[in-house]
Design a protein around this ligand. Structure first.
Ligand SMILES: [Zn+2]
Ligand SMILES: [Zn+2]
Length: 337
């Protein structure tokens, strides 16, 4: 197998040949068809997340086919198409796992961070955390759903939306999305489909991203330093920029909620208490549960969600990461081995 490997933090990935790994008990070996590039991968490469496994193969939006199965794998077949998300495994025993919050597990493994991921021709995964994917779309178009989609969905629920799927009139009517990248471009379509008014905030002056947001159902798009034309019921911040927290608080109405959807953010500057006053809330979203994934993957075809992807050959993983870092992408980057 071939893999793009991070050997030392803050250095480019290098292509390595390895022998294909054996699937241990409970694991499957996946022949990778596509792997999405997520902002979290940048945080791993940049050493912004504690204790990564090194060397590590990044990538946690894997779509591929089951090539081999270890002992005890149930419910999957050789050749079946599966997706592998960020949540690689959990302990099943800690208080979080036992209370339906496996996203907060005390002893988790994360794909492409603490276990090898999908910037490769093959990847191993714990079968219990993989999802069968219906054979309809191209692998590359499905890949962004596995993190951008799932974390976006969990953030959306945290913003008070998502309940009563398909029904109008529940949760926030006016929803702000700060940072219009892979997650927001998926979520905007769902929110618009559910009848919400989406306000998209991009880097100031990024006309292309603003036009893109409007084409996906946003009723307004502007710079993140602008105020929306109406106060927001809730806002989700996907950009890793702490200064957006007070800006979003300023844009939400009384009782409004600001959800931070990223795993890492620059420091949040101090702000006057009056921005938080009147029961405004700031919360974060961590990881995903398998229940989130089942719910979201069921919703995608109902809402007719499309993903816009830019394909890169696996060897160009460093170029894909650089384009994501510089904001040169519309939608999501996907590596094709
Ligand atoms: Zn646990
Ligand atoms: Zn991700």
């Amino acid at each position: 197998m071939r893999a793009m490997v991070l050997e030392r933090l803050r250095t480019p990935l290098v292509m390595r040949e390895r022998s294909a790994p054996e699937s241990a008990s409970g694991e499957i070996l996946i022949e990778v068809g596509a792997c999405g590039v997520c902002r979290t991968d940048l945080h791993v490469v940049d050493g912004e997340l504690p204790n990564p496994k090194l060397p590590i193969v990044p990538g946690h939006e894997i779509v591929g086919r089951v090539a081999a199965m270890g002992a005890g794998v149930a419910g999957l077949a050789i050749g079946e198409r599966v997706g592998v998300p960020w949540l690689g495994s959990t302990c099943g025993l800690c208080p979080y796992c036992r209370s339906g919050r496996e996203n907060l597990c005390d002893r988790p493994l994360f794909t492409g961070y603490t276990r090898d991921g999908g910037y490769a021709t093959h990847a191993l995964a714990d079968a219990r955390y993989c999802f069968p994917l219906p054979e309809r779309r191209d692998d590359a178009e499905v890949a962004p759903f596995l993190c951008a989609g799932l974390i976006g969905w969990r953030s959306y629920r945290m913003a008070g939306a998502g309940e009563g799927i398909g029904a109008e009139g529940t949760g926030p009517q006016a929803l702000g999305l700060y940072g219009f990248g892979a997650a927001a471009h998926i979520l905007a379509q769902i929110a618009a489909w559910q009848g919400r008014r989406v306000y998209a905030f991009t880097r100031s002056g990024d006309d292309a991203a603003q036009a893109f947001a409007k084409s996906l159902g946003a009723v307004w798009a502007g710079g993140s330093d602008e105020m929306p034309p109406e106060p927001l019921d809730a806002a989700i911040i996907f950009a890793p920029v702490g200064a957006l927290v007070p800006m979003a608080l300023k844009a939400v109405k009384k009782g409004g909620r600001v959800v931070c959807g990223g795993i890492h953010m620059s420091d949040i500057p101090s702000f006057p208490y009056r921005l938080l006053w009147e029961e405004r809330q700031v919360v974060s979203v961590a990881n995903l549960t398998r229940a989130d994934a089942r719910e979201f993957l069921t919703l995608v075809p109902q809402a007719g969600v499309k993903s816009e992807v830019t394909r890169y050959p696996l060897e160009q993983a460093n170029e894909a990461l650089a384009d994501l870092r510089e904001g040169r992408l519309q939608g999501a980057a996907v590596l094709i081995p």
